[in-house]
Write a protein that binds this ligand. Structure first.
Ligand SMILES: [Cu+2]
Length: 95
């Protein structure tokens, strides 16, 4: 009975402490948009999940529609992920 209680407490704790695999938004400023090539250059802050320091670099996007409305100088927040060795922007968020 006591063991069961310990197991239950551990289970409950794990629900609280295990971080949800929520995607983290990173701040950046758009430097260049190339919709045709599905590329966007972003001056980005540290990408914690990708273990990458702040820098300026080119990201790919899966769909050029994601780049609609984005212009040089825009401040954005975005989620990036590594896909087949390339860095892709998964999602943009703009105020
Ligand atoms: Cu980078």
């Amino acid at each position: 009975m006591r063991l069961l209680r310990i197991v239950l407490v551990c289970l409950a704790a794990s629900f609280v402490t295990v971080p949800a695999f929520a995607d983290t938004f990173t701040k950046g400023v758009i430097k260049k948009v190339d919709a045709k090539k599905k590329k966007v250059t972003i001056i980005h802050e540290e990408l914690v999940e990708l273990d990458m320091p702040a820098m300026t670099m080119v990201f790919k996007v899966a769909d050029e529609a994601m780049l609609e409305g984005l212009e040089k100088g825009d401040e954005v927040e975005f989620i990036a992920e590594r896909e087949n060795g390339k860095l892709m922007v998964k999602e943009f968020k703009q105020d």
